[in-house]
Write a protein that binds this ligand. Structure first.
Ligand code: IVH
Length: 715
């Protein structure tokens, strides 16, 4: 049996030191976003503390950093009655609503001359009420119905941006902090990705994911989900009268809805040194000083004009935030004025939420069409009854692909929810099945191309369905538009309108046919005048002087956008050099991966494309350009060396690392042997690492590899 160990003052001191250090480090990391300690150092100190606490469990305190990892699953949550109800906010949907709100509260306080508003982002998460007794977090509760919520203290403790103990010398005996728990977008995506992998249903949005996570009975799962928290209000009880009787004789703690009364008769005794806030702005600053994360985008505004500007700014800028917001909360800054205005049955009179215009709206599907793209990809499109969405009229939405259609089971006649997010084309997010009229039929993807009638194909490993007929008029039209586009051959005047007619009138069957067009032929097109025809012929002629990288881009090879075209054209100074290169050589170009290389190689193998190149050459297009000088021996530091890569590298994709090695003269193979010179090891390395260790093959991290190459990667 182990000898009973005695707690010595040294042990107590060490535990205290460790807690302070760890607390400081996680505050810097999670609240300030400015780490002060390396992860392995933190882990080591954390384990030292855990070890001491295991040996001396009597020394564990509820605010120890070890208390954040979650506990064994609870069987249920207990209901708790809120000390002060959690009110919700009245919604405003535009400037007019704001003006009316200001008029309303000013009628109640007509004598008020000078006032300010504080604008805060409305965080799209789940409200939490946190109770601190003498500075220690004793309870975390959900909003529930505003009167009663659920005690989720164990889950709340896993949120690192919520202090377990307040950073206050003389904390008040009782204090309540409210704010929004939320899931940052990257954590949300990660969770959904994992759920997808394991076949679980996905969370529809970060708000549902945050609410679902907070109500998880197993706090160890909550700890893994990386919830975050912004504090927005602070409530301190009236000094001296901590309990009041409510309704049926129950006793409830009397916390002020805001601190205004503190200034009047209930000023805390001077020796508490507790700073008394007079405004919402002060409260936010005080919350920050106590160790909470407070949203940095808050702003003090002196009139509704400024409020509106703040809202307009965040309406567009919100897409650059790492968390979701669904509007702006406008609050009267003075706590005394807040106190005077009070609450209606449901809302505070001193605050309002200005919601962003809806980016989702219901409408009805009138038709489902399929669109054939430049690469032959067939995309189903819903044609819908026009609907106003985020300031524009939307009447079409992408349905992505066959898989998405069967997942949604969308049918003509269905009422659907369409969403417009940022600059992305609108999409159908949901079908309201309960509104489906009788007699609808499931939508079947066509088996043949709606444009050329040829059979469509669906590669097994891809979600897309394609038309692979090189002379499909739809593919030809899109290809011609791409060829004429600004970043490609930049043929002024050759837009969709003429392209459709050129193809319909059988004047053009290939890009190369453009260079045989005459003014007389063009004059046969509807609404084409002499002058326009002459200008178009001139513009086409002019395109012959466009440089080789633009020509390469204009060919519309899959995966070859303007950047890749530029890169390839620099390495392959002529079309002949590119035609003759094998996949390995193409893939060895820095920035060009295997997938791109395969696509380029396959394109040049196709006889129809070879014929096109032949005709373009005959027409006088620029199929050669300036190459970059090839690497000299001195620039081939890895010549003769063989590498194997395993695991995920911190910065480089596998293809990029491979290309770097190959450009520097090295060889990359798939399997480890005695001939392997180096194994480049990333995270979650597989069996190759074990084999390399057995064979004694030296290992390199990404940083080591870059050092060998003489390159430095940011971050
Ligand atoms: S103040 C009495 N400030 O919005 C005033 N609420 O629709 C209480 N919310 O339940 C709320 N960000 O969950 C306030 N900066 C913010 C907020 C915010 C998000 C949520 C909160 C509330 C809901 C009301």
């Amino acid at each position: 049996m182990d000898a009973i160990q005695e707690v010595t003052p040294e042990i107590q001191k060490r535990i205290k030191e460790l807690r302070q250090l760890l607390q400081k480090a996680s505050y810097a990391y999670y609240v300030l976003d400015d780490p002060i300690m390396e992860d392995p150092v933190y882990d080591q100190l954390y384990h030292e503390l855990l070890d001491l606490e295991t040996r001396f469990p009597e020394l564990i305190t509820p605010d120890s950093p070890t208390q954040r990892v979650g506990e064994k699953p609870a069987s249920q949550f207990h209901s708790v009655r809120h000390n002060i109800p959690l009110y919700s906010l009245e919604n405003a949907f535009g400037k007019d609503d704001l003006v009316r709100w200001e008029e309303r509260w000013r009628r109640i306080a007509p004598d008020v001359e000078a006032f300010e508003y504080v604008c805060e982002l409305k965080i799209d998460g789940s409200a939490l009420a946190l109770t601190y007794e003498n500075g220690l977090l004793v309870r975390g509760a959900t909003r529930g119905d505003g009167i009663e919520g659920e005690d989720i203290t164990q889950n709340v403790k896993t949120i690192y941006s919520i202090p377990l103990r307040l950073n206050l010398e003389n904390p008040p005996p009782l204090m309540e902090v409210r704010g929004e728990a939320f899931l940052p977008l990257n954590s949300f995506q990660k969770i959904n990705h994992e759920r997808e992998q394991s076949g679980e249903p996905l969370f529809a949005n970060p708000r549902n994911a945050a609410a679902g996570t907070l109500r998880q009975l197993d706090s160890r799962i909550v700890a893994k989900r990386k919830l975050d928290f912004f504090a927005y209000t602070l409530h301190i009880p009236v000094a001296g009268s901590h309990q009041v009787e409510i309704g049926d004789g129950e006793v409830q703690l009397d916390l002020l809805a805001n601190q205004a009364e503190i200034q009047s008769e209930h000023i805390p005794t001077p020796d508490t040194q507790f700073p008394v806030p007079h405004t919402q702005w002060d409260c936010l600053e005080l919350l920050r000083a106590m160790g909470f994360k407070v949203n940095p985008e808050r702003k003090c505004c002196s009139n509704l004009q400024e409020v509106q500007e703040y809202c307009d700014h965040w309406f567009t800028e919100r897409h650059n935030l790492s968390y979701m917001t669904d509007g702006v909360v406008v609050k009267i800054n003075s706590l005394a004025l807040q106190e005077r205005l009070g609450f209606t049955q449901k809302f505070p009179r001193w605050a309002i939420a200005l919601k962003y215009p809806a980016e989702e709206a219901p409408t009805v599907v009138e038709r489902i069409n399929v669109n054939v793209g430049r690469t032959g990809a067939v995309t189903p499109l819903a044609e819908m009854r026009p609907v106003q969405l985020a300031g524009t009229t939307v009447s079409r939405a992408t349905l992505h692909n066959r898989d998405r259609i069967s997942e949604l089971d969308i049918r003509v006649g269905d009422t659907v929810i369409v969403r417009k997010a940022g600059e992305i084309i609108p999409e159908v997010v949901r079908v309201l099945y309960e509104l489906r009229p009788p007699g609808t039929q499931p939508f079947e993807m066509p088996t043949h191309c709606p444009e050329c009638g040829q059979p469509l194909v669906k590669p097994e490993d891809e979600a897309v369905t394609r038309c692979i007929n090189a002379s499909c008029p739809a593919i030809l039209r899109k290809g011609l538009e791409h060829w004429a586009s600004r970043d490609a051959l930049d043929i002024a005047g050759l837009g969709e309108k003429w392209v459709i007619q050129l193809v319909d009138h059988n004047l053009v069957h290939s890009i190369a046919d453009l260079y045989d067009l005459t003014v007389e032929q063009l004059l046969t097109l509807e609404r084409m005048g002499q002058k326009s025809a002459q200008n178009l012929v001139k513009a086409i002629e002019h395109s012959k002087s466009q440089p080789w990288p633009r020509v390469l881009y204009g060919l519309g090879i899959r995966h070859v956008g303007s950047v890749n075209a530029q890169t390839l054209a620099e390495q392959f100074p002529s079309v002949e050099a590119l035609e003759q290169a094998n996949i390995e050589i193409i893939a060895s170009v820095y920035g060009i991966g295997n997938e791109i290389a395969q696509s380029v190689h396959a394109w040049f193998q196709n006889p129809a494309n070879q014929e096109l190149i032949h005709r373009l050459r005959a027409a006088g297009l620029q199929l050669t350009g300036q190459s970059k000088p090839s690497a000299t021996q001195a620039e081939q530091p890895l010549a003769g060396k063989t590498f194997v890569i395993t695991g995920t590298l911190p910065n480089l994709k596998r293809d990029e690392a491979k290309a770097l090695i190959q450009t520097a003269g090295g060889k990359v193979t798939d399997s480890i042997s005695k001939k392997t010179d180096y194994l480049v090891v990333g995270e979650e390395a597989g069996s190759k690492l074990a084999k390399a260790q057995t064979l004694g093959v030296p290992q390199l991290t990404e940083a080591d590899l870059l050092e060998l190459l003489g390159k430095v990667v940011d971050g």
